[in-house]
Design a protein around this ligand. Structure first.
Ligand code: 7TS
Length: 418
């Protein structure tokens, strides 16, 4: 069977087959089987996705929405089909609600410029939380600077969950935007999006959800979320880098001014002024990441083949196992909710006074890839009162055995550095 024929209805009960679908997991690292525990930063890709990208490049590459020749029509068809797959994957009502961006970061910036500049006035408030990734902070800081707005932050309780009382206190008639993550990339906390969205809408605020860590790991349906916008990245959900998604409610998107100007996003260009194309083309200026979007569509097929429910439950089992095992490690401080069902598969911790970068370096020697640092969440780390943490983050291809090797690896770290 050629790699492109890899079955995509693999079951998570057949972990050997799942892992075989990911060529990168077959290698050794420093003489040990690679244990990849950094999927929150970027996930690995199955053959199916690699093949989709290679197939596009080798067989039907041409620019989209331009040519009337076969190659261009074929590429356009595949690109638009990917949009439909993504729309279906998150329960969007129509494919036009899907805008291909470069990543989550660009999707959030798009909203900050295209909606924010038109609606946020001096003295207005933008409400964020203390667990946000920098991409869901800095884009709003730039908007606040441009418009003279003020940022507020929902605090967290001792377990790393949002303090919803502080949310209620901070939500005012001046709050124009409430932007928050569905799942923390550090604490793993899963936030009650529908509850927060309802409260934000009650004061007339726009609700922007950062789905970078939720869409890859659990079933997400925008009809149930209650948000106005949802941003996520292809590379964290078995797809390639260079492509991300902004989902937005059609009635909002269709009234928004463009973010970037250029080819493909116009209707008519006059020397002085232009009129713009309809949504989604209005927000896709220039040549998009065509093959990457098509390969993201293949990633969606792959994830659907396994089933998002199955992925969520698999990761819940891993989290439970990890919580039990990490509790046996002396001097380990784990951040985030104690209850597995309140969190996703990202586990950040410190180990006594050992520097997180040293821990990650010693684990690397054992073939274990984890991330160390502030994980682009400096305000959160200031709240936790640590400069850095180690983070083990899991995905559908990780196993309980790998977590046991992580725990054994941490014992080795303590022998070497403790
Ligand atoms: N939001 C969250 C919650 C994230 O975890 C990340 C990336 C982003 C936004 C930005 O995604 P991008 O694709 O635009 O870069 N998080 C991480 C991480 O935890 N480690 O490396 C990247």
């Amino acid at each position: 069977m050629s790699s492109g024929d890899t079955p995509i209805s693999t079951r998570l009960s057949d972990m050997a087959a799942v892992r075989e679908a990911f060529p990168i997991l077959q290698q050794q690292m420093h003489g040990q089987p690679l244990i990849f525990l950094d999927s929150a930063a970027s996930s690995q890709r199955p053959h199916h996705v690699i093949h989709a990208l290679a197939d596009y490049m080798s067989r039907y590459h041409a620019n989209v929405h331009r040519g009337v020749y076969w190659l261009s029509e074929e590429a356009t068809y595949a690109y638009e089909q990917a949009r439909e797959k993504v729309a279906h994957f998150i329960g969007a009502r129509r494919p036009e609600e899907i805008i291909f961006t470069r990543n989550t970061t660009e999707a959030i910036n798009l909203v900050a410029y295209a909606w924010g500049d038109a609606h946020v006035q001096a003295g207005d408030r933008i409400l964020l939380t203390l667990m946000e990734h920098h991409s869901n902070i800095v884009a709003w800081q730039l908007l606040a600077e441009r418009r003279g707005a003020v940022l507020d932050y929902v605090t967290l309780d001792a377990d790393g969950r949002l303090d919803l009382d502080s949310l209620d206190q901070l939500l005012t008639e001046r709050t124009r935007i409430v932007a928050f993550t569905h799942q923390s990339n550090v604490l793993g906390t899963i936030n009650p999006v529908a509850t927060i969205a309802a409260r934000a809408h009650a004061v007339g605020a726009l609700v922007v959800v950062d789905g970078a860590q939720s869409v890859p790991h659990m079933p997400v349906n925008v009809a149930e979320l209650g948000a106005d916008f949802l941003a996520f990245s292809g590379h964290k959900m078995c797809g390639p880098t260079g492509v991300g998604v902004l989902w937005g409610r059609y009635d909002i998107l269709s009234t928004m001014h463009p973010f970037l100007g250029g080819g493909s996003m116009i209707s008519y260009v006059d020397e002085q002024r232009s009129t713009y194309a309809d949504v989604p083309q209005r927000f896709e200026a220039g040549t998009p990441a065509i093959g990457e979007a098509i390969a993201l569509g293949a990633a969606v097929d792959f994830l659907n083949g396994i089933g998002m429910d199955a992925i969520y439950h698999h990761e819940q089992e891993l989290v439970q196992h990890a919580l039990q095992q990490l509790a046996t490690v002396p001097n380990l401080t784990l951040y985030g909710p104690r209850a597995a069902e309140q969190r996703g598969a990202a586990l950040a911790f410190t180990l006594g006074n050992i520097h997180p970068h040293d821990i990650a370096a010693v684990l690397d020697q054992q073939g274990i890839a984890v991330r160390a640092g502030h994980h682009c969440t400096q305000p959160l780390h200031r709240l936790l009162d640590v400069p850095a943490t180690v983070r083990a983050s899991m995905y559908l291809y990780n196993t309980a055995d790998e977590l046991d090797r992580l725990v054994a690896g941490l014992a080795h770290v303590q022998r070497v550095l403790g």
